[in-house]
Design a protein around this ligand. Structure first.
Ligand code: DGL
Length: 265
């Protein structure tokens, strides 16, 4: 089991930001990545569809002998975590939400926490529920920012268009009094700096990929599940291959990778 791969899935290639952070944190681990490019964007899908896709992908990763499953997608983490956990009952299942919330409310205080993500993530209200459960003196204000993921995928970052779209969303009155902002989407690590620049130090901007990677590494170590070999083997699968996905994959994973098409659905 220890030397089995970690399975990671997302609606597409954005989850490669999480895969990259995991690889940096645990260089000895093998990764099987699955991006459901055939069905993206999950952020625009119904809860039922996201649960259905996530269940099938989890079965695929279990069949690949993964020792753990990481739901890298915020939209899927929001609505499908419990179902995936049930499906993959003998292995650890991680989402990208709980580690971030635990980190933010470590010092439970009367924070005013903003959350931005896809429509599915924001509609689920999962951040608010989980934060208030751990720290009821906090206030949570959420805003769906659906244009950000496609904007990033098209490479619009650090330029006039992205500055304008980001400023437009972040100036929404729902986020007027926040002191923390959670970036609740796979794609947003790529605009972390731009968002930080927008706030100019006035808001703590929380980027989840590294927090999630550290949390999973610690958890696997505690469960004595870290790989004991130095030989790693990574596989990157998508449900629909295009050259443009492969090009974007490089951008999200920060190194050259090859995508293979496979269909667990
Ligand atoms: N991976 C999705 C998320 O983190 C963003 C892209 C999509 O909507 O599929 O919520």
């Amino acid at each position: 089991m220890k030397n089995s791969p970690i399975g990671i899935f997302d609606s597409g290639i954005g989850g490669l930001t999480v895969a990259h952070a995991l690889k940096e944190q645990m260089p000895n681990e093998s990764i099987i990545y699955f991006g459901d490019t055939k069905h993206l964007p999950y952020g625009e899908k119904s809860e039922e569809s996201i649960v259905n896709f996530s269940t099938k992908i989890s079965k695929f990763l279990v069949n690949q002998n993964c020792k753990a499953i990481v739901i890298a997608c915020n939209s899927a983490s929001s609505v499908a975590f419990d179902v995936v956990k049930k499906e993959a009952k003998n292995i650890s299942v991680f989402n990208v939400i709980d580690p971030v919330i635990k980190e933010v409310v470590k010092v439970c205080a009367d924070y005013n926490i903003g959350v931005i993500g896809t429509k599915a993530t924001i509609k689920s209200n999962v951040y608010e529920h989980k934060i208030i459960k751990l720290c009821n003196s906090s206030k949570v204000s959420s805003l769906a920012t659906p244009l950000l993921a496609p904007m990033i995928e098209e490479g619009f970052i650090n330029e006039d268009i992205s500055h304008t779209v980001i400023a437009n969303y972040l100036s929404n009155k729902k986020l007027a009094n926040i002191d923390h902002l959670i970036l609740a989407c796979t794609h947003y690590p790529l605009i972390h700096q731009e968002i930080k620049d927008y706030y100019n130090g006035k808001v703590t901007v929380i980027d989840s990929a590294n927090i999630v990677a550290k949390y999973i590494a610690k958890q696997l170590e505690e469960d004595d599940l870290l790989n004991t070999r130095e030989l790693t083997e990574h596989h990157f699968y998508v449900s629909n291959y295009t050259e443009s996905f492969e090009k974007s994959a490089r951008f999200f994973f920060q190194e050259e990778i090859q995508l293979k098409e496979i269909n667990p659905h």
